[in-house]
Design a protein around this ligand. Structure first.
Ligand code: PDD
Length: 285
């Protein structure tokens, strides 16, 4: 069917032949933008406005579209002309393309642009059809950080903001409270107690974090699960971050202010050693 044609990076091919890499950042990080344009009678409605918004959205995530506006318009026109969809939509998506998985943007993003048409049921005439029933829900977009979801664009943008300014990680702060980092959980050692934000809406239940809780218990280190205030961050004795890939990393600076003694603190060190013991016990490494 001609509705199963796909325009992929400048080529119109059957959807069944379209290949997008497993490491496409759209797939792994939701690192992309999209548009839906209505087709009436085989003709796009407000295509210009949609492409304007696509360009604004792309700029909003620092995505350089890998195609000129003219080439994109030309490609979409050809796709729509070849498609047998009369009443429906054009779905258009642009991602930062395929690169080895890393929150930090690739130096030379390849970019993936894909578009295809799909039929939609006719819209009822004005005033006709059923009225819509609405359900009120809390606005939790995105307050489900406990879900290890691939909707990582906010994390990706934060990480790149940090990397671009010479920092290693970005720590999220809201209303003066610090939750976690873009790719790691965050801990402080304050007066000998381990302090970290509770998991849930704002914090991923890190596996490393959970292992560390066990280590702390074993070592007799008290744990206090509470949000850290931003004004505490430079006053605590130690700060460190945790994740599967980096285990524990001690933190030297909060913004531009040094934290602790300028070396890995004793509690962080003890905990990291205990963590390594567990790695060794389970894997022999
Ligand atoms: N990230 N918080 C966030 C937002 C994370 O992305 C991660 C890990 C963690 C730590 O979770 P764990 O200890 O289970 O790795 C906390 C992985 C490593 C990543 O996306 O690469």
């Amino acid at each position: 069917m001609a509705s199963d044609l796909v325009w992929l990076n400048g080529e119109i091919i059957p959807m069944a032949d379209a290949r997008i890499g497993v490491e496409d950042r759209g797939y792994q990080f939701a690192d992309g933008v999209y548009e839906v344009v209505r087709l009436y009678n085989g003709k796009p409605f407000t295509m210009t406005e949609h492409l304007d918004r696509l360009e604004r959205s792309a700029a909003g995530i620092k995505l350089a579209l890998p195609i000129t506006r003219a080439a994109l318009e030309d490609g979409l026109a050809k796709l729509v002309a070849k498609s047998d969809v009369r009443d429906g939509m054009v779905y258009l998506q642009a991602s930062r393309g395929v690169a080895p998985r890393n929150h930090v943007f690739p130096e030379k993003p390849s970019g993936t642009v894909v578009a295809y048409c799909r039929a939609l049921p006719p819209v009822p005439a004005p005033g006709e059809g059923f009225g819509a029933k609405l359900l009120a829900v809390p606005d939790e977009r995105w307050k489900r950080c406990w879900v290890k979801a691939i909707a990582l664009l906010p994390n990706v943008l934060a990480k790149n903001e940090a990397a671009g300014r010479g920092y290693d990680e970005a720590a999220f702060v809201e209303d003066g409270l610090v939750s976690e980092c873009s790719t790691a959980n965050l801990f402080a050692v304050a007066n000998g107690t381990l302090v970290t934000h509770p998991v849930g809406a704002k914090v991923l239940p890190g596996i490393t974090r959970a292992v560390l809780f066990d280590c702390a218990k074993e070592l007799g280190i008290k744990v206090d699960e509470r949000p850290l205030r931003e004004d505490e961050m430079t006053k605590v004795q130690e700060l460190f971050i945790t994740s599967t890939t980096r285990e524990l990393s001690w933190v030297s600076h909060w913004n531009d202010t040094p934290v602790g003694q300028g070396t890995c603190g004793p509690v962080t060190l003890k905990l990291h050693r205990a963590y390594r013991d567990r790695v060794r016990a389970q894997t022999g490494a």
